[in-house]
Design a protein around this ligand. Structure first.
Ligand SMILES: [Fe+2]
Ligand SMILES: [Fe+2]
Length: 154
């Protein structure tokens, strides 16, 4: 194999994994949009004195999810992709406990998904991206803990 075709192969491989990361990050971005919507609505509609603390925390989650969305969109743009405008279907329940369970499930899916994205980023040598995702995942883990506490799961 000539030197130039080796280089072309290497570039081909890295650009296809880059495409894969961009696709994954766009999934993450639409999930962040969904989280923003759910936390905005639910922090304002949560009923019940026992949920007073978590309502305040959900307001904070909403702001943090917005910061995540901005960071993920920035990373997609940096990689040469187009940040999506699609929102993953937001869910809602008038039952407070059910809504907290919906949020908890969503945080767990989000964490799983970012773990996979960190692995992809590291495989492709995108270390600045994996660092940024680690900061995000730490906050998602805090969200999960807040929700588990509110649901009396720990
Ligand atoms: Fe988030
Ligand atoms: Fe979150």
């Amino acid at each position: 194999m000539s030197k130039s075709s080796e280089v072309a192969d290497a570039e081909g491989a890295s650009s296809s994994s880059k495409e894969e990361i961009i696709r994954g990050l766009n999934e993450d971005l639409s999930r962040e949009y969904k989280a923003i919507i759910q936390y905005v609505v639910f922090s304002q509609t949560l009923k019940g004195a026992e949920y007073g603390d978590i309502a305040e925390q959900l307001k904070e989650h909403a702001s943090q999810e917005l910061a995540h969305a901005l960071e993920v969109a920035r990373q997609i743009d940096y990689l040469g992709g187009d940040p999506t405008v699609n929102v993953k279907g937001a869910e809602y329940s008038q039952d407070s406990k059910k809504m907290l369970e919906i949020d908890l499930k969503q945080e767990q899916e989000t964490i799983k998904s970012y773990r996979e994205r960190i692995r992809q980023a590291e495989r492709s040598g995108e270390f600045a991206l994996s660092e940024a995702l680690r900061d995000i995942i730490a906050e998602e883990q805090d969200h999960e803990i807040d929700l588990r506490d509110a649901l009396g799961l720990r």
